[in-house]
Design a protein around this ligand. Structure first.
Ligand SMILES: [Zn+2]
Ligand SMILES: [Zn+2]
Length: 189
């Protein structure tokens, strides 16, 4: 019974495919049969190659093309973001960290209140300095810039002011974490 049903359901599927002549072969996998087409370029694509978008199935090539139109940043924009982030970090961190560290208790409250805003402002400055162009990696370079700014500050402090410790206060760290999260989210295009 089971075997008969199994055969019965398997055969029509095969014949329909053969008779209809509508079986397509994936453009990237010539051996894979498919019924799907990319709804932009019309190329036959198998399930592995298809990407479901808001407007239907598309091939990877069409999606990449779309992204390339969307991401219009130049390579040097990444480095602008990197430099601006490093520069702002080096100027702002010593001041912010010192000020927040002066008020052990209120420092935390102030850090929590202004951290995210400061991060968003940094994101805004960076977006402006790259001419509002959209880039895949701008926020990665921004984060790298912030870390590099920190490291340079540490290096400078150790070389020129070896007696003083790098001004790191706990409220300052909270501020830095909040600011970096906000900047990261702000720079998501
Ligand atoms: Zn396509
Ligand atoms: Zn395929």
């Amino acid at each position: 019974m089971n075997a008969f049903q199994g055969q019965g359901s398997a055969q029509p599927t095969e014949t329909t495919g053969g008779d209809g002549g509508v079986v397509l072969y994936c453009a990237n996998h010539p051996e894979t049969e498919t019924y799907l087409r990319c709804n932009k370029c019309g190329k036959p694509i198998c399930l592995k190659c298809a990407v479901l978008t808001e407007v239907g199935y598309r091939c990877k090539e069409c999606i990449r093309e779309q992204q390339n139109v969307f991401y219009n940043a130049m390579t040097y924009d990444n480095w602008i973001a990197f430099g601006v982030a490093a520069g702002i970090t080096m100027v702002a961190w010593p001041i912010v960290s010192l000020l927040l560290g002066m008020f052990p208790f209120f420092g935390f409250i102030i850090a929590a209140l202004i951290g995210s805003g400061a991060g968003a402002s940094l994101g805004q400055i960076i977006r402006k300095s790259v001419g509002k162009r959209r880039g895949r990696y701008i926020r990665h370079f921004t984060m790298a810039g912030i870390f590099t700014g920190f490291l340079l500050l540490v290096a400078i402090t150790l070389i020129w002011f070896p007696a003083t410790a790098v001004a790191v206060s706990l409220p300052g760290l909270l501020f830095a974490v909040l600011a970096m999260i906000a900047a990261w989210q702000f720079l998501r295009w």
